[in-house]
Design a protein around this ligand. Structure first.
Ligand SMILES: *Cc1c(COP(=O)(O)O)cnc(C)c1O
Length: 393
C-alpha cells in the first residue's frame, strides 16, 4: 500500500524537534551537529535570533497579500539585491526550480521579442537546476529525466568544462542562453575554474547568447563572496537564487540586467506566493546580514580553517577519502569508500552531512558555524572514518 506521504524520498530515520545554530535536537532529545544546513538553506543556522525576531514581527502584521498590490518588503529586498549585484531588476519565486522556469522563459522571450529564431539553451553534464519540467530538461541527467518525457524541447548538454563543444554549439546561431552553476552542487561540489567562467562569458558575448548563472546553492555568501561568480570578475545576464536567501523560509529570485529582462513586461509572468511580505521580510534580514563584508570575511576565514582540517583528515584516512574540493563553506569530501557508507557512519557519530554525485560527501554548514563546532565536526568525521576502516578490515 502506498504510504500517506508520496514515497519520493529515501529518508533517514531521524526527526528533529528544534535547532540552535549548528545543532539539531531530535524528538528524543539527542543532539546532532548539522553540516548540511537543510541543503545549504539555513545560512544563518537554526533559530537565528534576528530571523526569529523579524519573522515574528512580520508574522503578527501581515503574511500575504498577492502581487495585485505593492509589497514594500519585496521592493526593499529587490533594491538591496540590485545594489549588491550586477542586476538591474529582480523577480521573486518560492524555490530554485521556479527561478529556473523564469530564467528559461526570460531568455527565450528576449530573442522572441527581437524576432530571432533562438530558443536553444545549453547546459552541462552533472548540473542540477531543480525538479520542474524546465529544471530537469536544463540539467538533462538520466536520473532526473527518465520516464518523464516528452521533455521540454530545446536543451543541449555538454560535458563539464567542454569549451570547444560550447564554441561549436554557439556557432549554430540558434542558442538563446547558456546555463551553468559556477560551483556544481548536487553534481559533487565541482567549482568551474575562474578562467573557464571567463571563457564562457566571452564565448556567449561573441555569439550574442545570454548567460544564466544558477547560484541557488553556491550563492548568498556560501563561498565567502555574496555570489560565487564574483571571484571570476565576470557577471551573468540572468541569475537564479534560492536556498540560502530565505534562511529556511521558502524564497527564490531571478536577478537580471535591464537588457536581458526587457521582454518581461506586465502579464508575461507571475506567482501567487512569490515575494510575499513574510518571505521578503526574512529574506531582507538574511541579505543584510550575509552581505556585510565583515560577515563574508568570517565565512572565508572559517572556510580556510575547515578546509585545512579536512585536508588533514583525508591525509590520515586515504582508504576512506580521496580529497577535498569546493569553495568557501561549500565543501566536498571526495570519497574512496562509498559515500553512503561514510554518511551512515557520520549519522552514527551524530553528524549530518549531505551526499552528492561523483561519490562526494557534501559539507554545507551554517555560515555562522563556530570554530569549536568545526573542531567537533572533525572529531566526528574522524570517528566515522575509523568506523568505515573498521568495517572493511
Ligand atoms: C537546489 C537547487 C535547485 C532547485 O531548488 P529547489 O528550491 O529545490 O527547487 C536549483 N539549482 C541548484 C544549483 C540547486 O542546488
Amino acid at each position: 500500500m502506498i504510504p500517506s506521504l508520496l514515497p519520493t524520498y529515501n529518508r533517514v530515520d531521524l526527526a528533529f524537534e528544534r535547532g540552535q545554530g549548528s545543532w539539531l535536537v531530535t524528538d528524543g532529545g539527542e543532539r546532532y551537529l548539522d553540516l548540511g544546513a537543510g541543503i545549504a538553506v539555513n545560512a544563518l543556522g537554526h533559530a537565528h535570533p534576528a530571523l526569529v525576531e523579524v519573522l515574528a514581527e512580520q508574522g503578527a502584521k501581515l503574511w500575504h497579500v498577492s502581487n495585485l498590490y505593492k509589497i514594500p518588503q519585496q521592493q526593499a529586498l529587490a533594491d538591496q539585491l540590485v545594489d549588491l549585484t550586477f542586476a538591474d531588476t529582480v523577480f521573486f519565486t518560492n524555490s530554485g526550480t521556479e527561478a529556473c522556469e523564469l530564467a528559461v522563459k526570460m531568455a527565450r522571450k528576449y530573442w522572441s521579442d527581437k524576432g530571432e529564431e533562438r530558443a536553444r539553451i545549453i547546459g552541462f553534464d552533472g548540473s542540477f537546476h531543480g525538479r520542474s519540467s524546465a529544471g530537469i530538461a536544463a540539467a538533462g541527467g538520466e536520473k532526473l529525466t527518465a520516464g518523464f518525457g516528452p521533455l521540454l524541447p530545446g536543451f543541449t548538454h555538454l560535458p563539464f568544462g567542454d569549451l570547444d563543444g560550447l564554441t561549436n554549439e554557439l556557432a549554430e546561431g540558434d542558442v538563446a542562453a547558456v546555463i551553468i552553476e559556477p560551483v556544481q552542487g548536487e553534481g559533487g561540489i565541482r567549482p568551474v575554474p575562474d578562467d573557464e567562467l571567463k571563457a564562457i562569458r566571452a564565448a556567449c558575448d561573441d555569439a550574442g547568447a545570454l548567460l544564466i548563472f544558477d547560484e541557488v546553492q553556491c550563492g548568498m555568501g556560501r563561498t565567502g563572496k555574496l555570489f560565487a561568480h564574483e571571484f571570476s570578475g565576470v557577471t551573468p545576464d540572468i541569475m537564479m537564487v534560492a536556498k540560502g536567501i530565505g534562511g529556511g523560509f521558502p524564497l527564490g529570485a531571478v536577478l537580471a540586467t535591464e537588457d536581458a529582462a526587457s521582454g518581461m513586461v506586465a502579464g508575461t509572468h507571475g506567482s501567487t506566493y512569490g515575494g510575499n511580505p513574510l518571505a521578503c521580510a526574512v529574506g531582507s534580514k538574511v541579505t543584510e546580514i550575509v552581505a556585510d563584508p565583515a560577515f563574508l570575511a568570517e565565512v572565508s576565514r572559517k572556510a580556510g580553517l575547515f578546509r585545512q582540517k579536512l585536508e588533514g583528515l583525508v591525509a590520515e584516512h586515504p582508504d576512506v577519502f580521496e580529497g577535498v574540493r569546493g569553495s568557501g563553506l561549500m565543501l566536498g569530501l571526495k570519497c574512496k569508500a562509498t559515500n553512503m557508507d561514510v554518511l551512515a557512519k557520520c549519522y552514527d557519530a551524530n553528524l549530518l552531512c549531505v551526499p552528492a554525485g561523483d561519490n562526494v560527501l557534501r559539507i554545507l554548514p551554517a555560515l555562522t558555524i563556530e570554530d569549536e563546532d568545526i573542531s567537533e565536526a572533525l572529531t566526528r568525521l574522524e570517528t566515522a572514518a575509523k568506523a568505515v576502516e573498521g568495517q572493511s578490515a
